[in-house]
Design a protein around this ligand. Structure first.
Ligand code: GLP
Length: 238
């Protein structure tokens, strides 16, 4: 695990953007998994700025997935994670539709949607870079404490803590009880993982990771031992 401390949001986002750009330079048709939340917003702004400065053409060959979605929520719903990654990154970059596959939280047959999602990831050659945020309770994507580490994309019950934390960004909309998420097995299969840790509420979860002991109570510790894990964390959490 490579851990970078960043003392400004600019250096945090610059370093994260460099990991993304390096992946794309090495492999123009790379496959990315994208997070939502407050943490990646600065990274997305930086990627938009870079694409505007250098031309977005290289970005349009890559494949783009998102990590998770609320159950019952379609792409145009204000809570939608698919809508979020489109608005913050994919639409401004002009990514062609055939390079985008986002989880459909409003699918009528969710188990079938989960299977189809995994197949789409496989068809895209597997995930080259999974970009992850971190939940205060240690969740990655929507894999909550106590989740199995062997599951692929699946439906989860969201914890009260996660629903409360996420309601801060929901503009008053009620957070659904369930989510659908890439599983820990999906995430661990990614060739490279970039974990972004920002915000005082993440201190304990980051500490659990730094302790170095895999612990199902802290899903983020399932990433320990991954051959290519980069963590970028705010200096204040050191
Ligand atoms: C949500 C998402 C996670 C994300 C987490 C942290 O629960 N499902 O993928 O990492 O929020 O969000 P934030 O960056 O806003 O703290």
């Amino acid at each position: 695990m490579q851990l970078w401390w960043s003392d400004t949001s600019d250096s945090f986002n610059t370093r994260a953007a460099e990991v993304v750009v390096q992946t794309l330079t090495r492999k123009p048709d790379a496959t990315f998994a994208l997070p939502t939340g407050k943490t990646p917003m600065g990274l997305y702004a930086m990627l938009r700025a870079r694409a505007a400065a250098s031309g977005a053409a290289p970005w349009r060959k890559a494949n783009w997935f998102d990590l998770d979605e609320y159950v019952g929520v379609g792409a145009t719903h204000p809570l939608s994670y698919a809508g979020f990654v489109r608005a913050h990154l994919l639409d401004p970059l002009g990514i062609p539709e055939d390079k985008i596959r986002l989880l459909r939280g409003d699918a009528l047959d969710l188990p079938a949607e989960c299977r189809a999602y995994e197949q789409a990831i496989e068809r895209a050659g597997g995930i080259d870079l999974a970009i992850l945020g971190l939940g205060a309770n240690g969740h990655i994507a929507f894999n909550e404490p106590g989740s199995s580490w062997d599951e692929a994309t699946h439906v989860v019950e969201l914890s009260a803590a996660t629903r409360a934390a996420n309601s801060q960004l929901s503009d008053g909309a009620t957070i659904p009880l369930h989510g659908v998420t890439m599983g820990i097995a999906t995430l661990r299969r990614a060739r490279s993982i970039l974990l972004l840790v920002s915000g005082e509420s993440k201190r304990q979860a980051l500490q659990a990771l730094r302790l170095g002991t895999p612990d199902p109570a802290w899903p983020v510790t399932s990433l320990l031992g991954h051959p290519d894990l980069t963590v970028i964390a705010e200096e204040g959490l050191r």
